[in-house]
Design a protein around this ligand. Sequence first.
Ligand SMILES: O=C(O)/C=C/c1cccc(O)c1O
Ligand code: FE2
Length: 314
Amino acid sequence: MTFALVCMSHSPLLEFSEAPQEVLDEVHGAFGAARDFVTEFDPDLIVSFAPDHYNGFFYELMPQFCIGYEATSVGDYDSETGPLDVPAELAQGLAVSVIEAGLDCAISLKMEVDHGAVQPLELLFGGIARKPVIPIFVNSVAPPFAPMRRIRLFGRAVGDYLRSLDARVLVIGSGGLSHDPPVPQIATATEDQRKLLLNGRHPTAQARAARQQRVIDEARAFARGESAIMDLNPEWDRNLMAILASGELDQLDGWTAAQMAAEAGKSSHEVRTWVAAHNAMQAAVGEYEATYSYYRPIRELITGFGVTTVVPKR
Ligand SMILES: O=C(O)/C=C/c1cccc(O)c1O
Ligand SMILES: [Fe+2]
């Protein structure tokens, strides 16, 4: 086996949550299952599809996809700060291959990533630079969004390149599922929020702490049933996970951004990372099967929380 896939929700609230201990134990049990899976697989290379939450990508110039040749974690929500171990030549080979396949994609020689990209690396490998990783940004937070068909084709183009490598490759999709955390929207932004969304790079420690505290407070209110943010949608989440597990990925082509937001919240677009990752896996190996699947809607984390591990069909 030279390919394996892990998709998982992330939540920066994990470390700040007031979720009941039994819920946190269950979630950490799911992380443990995924950790055992990747430990046994022992990848040479990780290819990680992840969103950004206005820490590395801004409306000053917002691509739909970006492959990093170098990347640094900004360390939001107390995540590890510093450089990822990006194999620049492989990242460049991937970008050239994807672009030559006709899938327009930005590149960055100085990518900045946030909890969306680094939380799986911390949880699965114990640190952000323990394994070589090619970070791939998939816009999941800043409208307008690429059509879902395009996400499928982009994921496939990545998988086509990975198939040519003589390496043990772990593909990661980080994000989702249904959720609507209080991330500002450009359409309704106040003057201060607009500044952040346009170019809020490298905020002061005070500004970052204030921004994060607002989200932490909102999560606590949401868990108490006192928040106006949209509720989680377990039915939508389970249906999506079933489609991804079935391998019938073109079923998602017709999903529109407006529908996704209306049914599952404005950050449900983070499932684009799962969709791209499953398509990369399918292009690389053909048929696949899930070996582990966990799901629970967790208001304290403001997300439908899913973890799944996938191998080529045996
Ligand atoms: O504050 C942010 O930038 C994001 C918060 C968040 C909360 C819950 C689930 C997620 O996927 C998030 O990114
Ligand atoms: Fe997120």
